[in-house]
Each structure stands twice: as C-alpha cells, then as structure tokens.
Design a protein around this ligand. Structure first.
Ligand code: CA
Length: 224
C-alpha cells in the first residue's frame, strides 16, 4: 500500500510520514501543491492525505486536478478546526473524508485504513490463488482459511505477485511497490522477502519461481 502525504509544515509532515511508515505503508511526501500534482499524475497511490494550505497550488486545486484526470484515489483532507466551509468545499471537489487539525495520529491511521478499504471495495479487495487468499485491505493472508503469519513486506511482495500471476515480476517492480521514493532498497532485501515467503507458501502448494536475471513468477506447483 502506497500513500502520498501532502503537507508543507515540516514537523507535521515528519510526524505523519513516520507514523504511517511505522504502520507499514510505503509513504511518499510532497511539500508543495505542484510537487503533489506531479507525483499524482505520474505514480499510482492507494490513498492521499492532503493539506489545504500549500505553497504554489493549494490542496483544493491539487484535488480538482486529480479528479479532472479521472483519478479515483481516495483523499483525506486535513482542514482547520471549525472551518465548515473548508470541509464542504473539499467534499464538493471529491474528497472522501476530512480530519480537522490538530488530529490524533491513531485516528488518522484508522481513517486511512477505512479509506483504502472503501477505495478497494469496488475492485475486490480479496485476491485468490489456489488455496491461498489475500485480503489486501485487511492485510491478511490465509491458506484454506487458516491465517499465515507474514511481515508487512512479505505481504507487500505477495500482493504484487498475486496481482500478476503467471507473469514475471522484476525486483525493481517489487522494490517500487514496497518503498517510498528516496528510500534505500537493500540489495538483497527483496531476495530475502521472497525466500521467506516461498517457505510460508509451501503448505498452500503455491510456488514462487525465480527467473534468473528477470525476476519472480508466481505459479501453482506441479502437485497442486
Ligand atoms: Ca499547510
């Protein structure tokens, strides 16, 4: 799950980004409206947390441009306390939810989770592959209904592989999904996640093949 935080106040932005990363999201940050507009036009996000008062383009304009491009990405607007007008305007422009400043981080996280769940309900949040099921909104994988314990990164790898069953997924594609921009991707990290995931998927008869030099391929094992 990849989020964009659009907030120009450095301390607020820092707190928000850290909290969301701790909650295992891949998080990008934009500190101006035009940076946000550019990132939203070129990168897919699962949800956006959008401040209103921003340099260059304000939050309303960023939202207006997103919706004009046809983007349905859920947006949580951050508004000033008691500014009813702000909220109405944001919702009119296509915001999905709002939160007044100063907000509580746990509440913000809960709202973001709910937004992502709603955003995905149209597209089906449950991925199936043989006996393996992945609930992308609930971030939970099960084999024949029994939960398997996966770390957030392993879940992220699994989600990308399941979305592209039968196709080769490169390490770069996996890294892209798992990390925010500008974050170091450990050279062997992806290999480690895939290795662990492979072991945990064995009971489901699901195998992740390594295609040397190209990446990974999720396929059913021969005895399935
Ligand atoms: Ca601001």
């Amino acid at each position: 799950m990849r989020l964009l935080v659009v907030e120009d106040h450095p301390i607020l932005a820092d707190g928000l980004v850290k909290a969301l990363k701790t909650a295992d999201y891949a998080v990008d940050h934009a500190d101006s409206g035009d940076a946000a507009d550019h990132m939203l036009a070129t990168q897919p996000y699962d949800a956006v947390i959008l401040d209103i008062g921003l340099p260059k383009l304000d939050g309303y304009e960023v939202l207006r441009r997103m919706r004009r491009r046809g983007s349905k990405t859920p947006v949580l607007m951050l508004t000033a306390r008691d500014a009813l007008e702000d909220r109405v305007r944001g919702l009119d422009l296509g915001a999905d939810d709002y939160l007044t400043k100063p907000y509580d981080l746990p509440e913000l996280e809960a709202r973001v989770r709910a937004l992502i769940r709603r955003g995905q309900s149209g597209g089906g949040a449950e991925l199936r592959h043989g006996e393996l099921t992945l609930d992308t909104a609930g971030r939970r994988a099960t084999i024949r209904g029994a939960p398997i314990e996966l770390s957030a990164r392993e879940l992220g790898v699994l989600e990308v592989l399941m979305l592209r069953v039968g196709r080769v997924v490169s390490k770069e594609q996996l890294a892209e999904q798992l990390y925010g921009w500008g974050e170091e991707v450990g050279a062997n990290a992806i290999e480690v996640y895939v290795h662990r995931l492979r072991k945990k998927l064995e009971p489901a008869g699901v195998s992740v093949r390594t295609i040397r030099g190209l990446g990974y391929l999720l396929e059913r094992s021969a005895n399935d």
